[in-house]
Design a protein around this ligand. Structure first.
Ligand SMILES: Nc1ncnc2c1ncn2[C@@H]1O[C@H](COP(=O)(O)OP(=O)(O)OP(=O)(O)O)[C@@H](O)[C@H]1O
Length: 313
C-alpha cells in the first residue's frame, strides 16, 4: 500500500507536486496518468526516497522508504535513467544487486528467465537496445520479490510482444496481491492494464477511481441506432430526454439514454431497428478532455509548409 499525504515538491520557484494525497491499494494495478511535466516521475521518486518532499509525506506499507530495514524487499522500482554500469553484463549487474541485498543467486537466474533476458544476460549492458534496458530495469525491480512495484513508463521502447508481456506480468503481480503503480502515456494500453487510475496535471490530482468510472465521469457513452423510421424514432427519443445527432440518413447517435431504453421505446411504437450498439468512450478521449487545461507543453497541430530544396518540382 502506498499512502501520500499532502505531498509537495518544489524545485526553486517551480512547484512540481502541489500537496497531493492518494492511496494505492494492494491487489490492484493503478495507472498514473498526466501530461508531460505533470509531476508523475517526481512523485514516484519521492515514494522511493530518491527525492525528499518539500512538505507532506509518502509511505509504503506504513513507513517512509528510508525507514524500512530492507527497502528493496518492500518496493521495487523502475525509474527513468536508471544508473547501470554500461561495461557490466546484465547478469553481473543483477548479481551485484543480489549480493549487496542478501538475495540468493538463484533469484538472479529466475528474474533473467522471467524477463526474457536469458539470451543476452552475459552481454554488456552498454550495447542493449532501449527495450532490453527496460527488461533489465524490470528484472532489477523484481529481484527482491517486493510487495510493491513502481514502474515509470515500463513499456517505453518495448515491441508489441514486450508490451503484451508487461501487461500480463503486472496483472499477475496484482493478482498475487501486490501493489502495482505504473505510469504510461499509452492510453489504450493503460485501459487494458489498469484497474484504478490516478490522473494528475500541473502537480495536482485531476481525478482518481476505477478506470470505467473515470471515463464515465467525463464522457457519455453513445448508442448508435439504424432504423428505416429513424426520424420517428429520433422524435420519441428526444421526448425521452436523449440528445440525438444523425450522422447519415437512417442512422442516429444517441446520448443520455441507455441501449435498453432505446430498444424498448422502438418496440413499444412498432419501429423496426436494424442496428443498436452502445459505444463506450475511450480512455484516450476521456484523458484528453480531463487534461486539456493541464497541458503545459502543447504542440502546434498545423502541418508545417513543406521546405522544397533544389529544383522546383
Ligand atoms: N531536478 C529538477 N529540477 C528542477 N525542476 C524539475 C526537476 N525534476 C522535475 N522538475 C520539474 O518538475 C515538473 C514535473 O516533472 P516530472 O518529471 O515529475 O513530470 P512527469 O509527469 O514525470 O513528466 P513526463 O511525462 O514528461 O515524464 C516539470 O516541470 C519538471 O521540469
Amino acid at each position: 500500500m502506498i499512502e501520500a499525504h499532502e505531498l509537495t515538491k518544489r524545485y526553486g520557484d517551480k512547484t512540481a507536486v502541489h500537496g497531493i494525497s492518494f492511496t494505492v491499494r494492494p491487489g490492484t494495478v493503478t495507472g498514473f496518468l498526466g501530461p508531460n511535466g505533470a509531476g508523475k516521475s517526481t512523485t514516484m521518486r519521492m515514494i522511493v526516497g530518491l527525492d525528499a518532499p518539500t512538505s507532506g509525506r509518502v509511505t509504503v506499507n506504513g513507513k517512509r522508504y528510508a525507514e524500512h530495514r530492507t527497502p528493496l524487499r518492500e518496493v521495487g522500482a523502475l525509474l527513468e535513467a536508471k544508473a547501470v554500469h554500461p561495461g557490466r553484463s546484465a547478469r553481473a549487474h543483477l548479481a551485484v544487486m543480489a549480493a549487496t541485498h542478501h538475495i540468493s543467486p538463484k533469484r538472479v537466474d529466475d528474474v533473467i528467465e522471467l524477463t526474457g533476458l536469458a539470451t543476452v544476460a552475459n552481454k554488456r549492458v552498454g550495447g542493449f537496445s532501449l527495450g532490453m534496458g527496460q527488461r533489465l530495469g524490470i528484472a532489477s525491480a523484481l529481484l527482491a520479490d517486493p510487495q510493491t512495484l513502481i514502474l515509470d513508463e515500463p513499456v517505453n521502447g518495448l515491441d508489441p510482444e514486450g508490451v503484451q508481456w508487461v501487461r500480463t506480468l503486472v496483472r499477475q503481480l496484482a493478482a498475487q496481491g501486490r501493489t502495482v503503480f505504473l505510469s504510461s502515456h499509452l492510453m489504450s494500453e493503460m485501459a487494458q492494464t489498469a484497474d484504478q487510475l490516478l490522473v494528475i496535471g500541473k502537480g495536482r490530482i485531476i481525478t482518481s477511481g476505477p478506470v470505467q468510472e473515470v471515463i464515465d465521469g467525463v464522457l457519455d457513452s453513445t448508442v448508435r441506432v439504424r432504423s428505416p423510421q429513424a426520424t420517428d424514432l429520433a422524435a420519441l427519443l428526444r421526448a425521452a430526454g436523449g440528445t440525438i445527432t444523425s450522422p447519415e440518413p437512417g442512422a442516429l447517435e444517441v446520448r443520455g439514454l441507455s441501449g435498453e431504453l432505446i430498444g424498448d421505446t422502438a418496440v413499444a411504437h412498432r419501429i423496426a431497428v436494424h442496428e443498436l450498439a452502445t459505444q463506450q468512450a475511450s480512455l484516450e478521449a476521456a484523458y484528453m478532455a480531463l487534461t486539456q487545461d493541464a497541458v503545459e507543453y502543447r504542440s502546434d497541430t498545423t502541418a508545417p509548409e513543406p521546405i522544397l530544396t533544389g529544383a522546383t518540382r
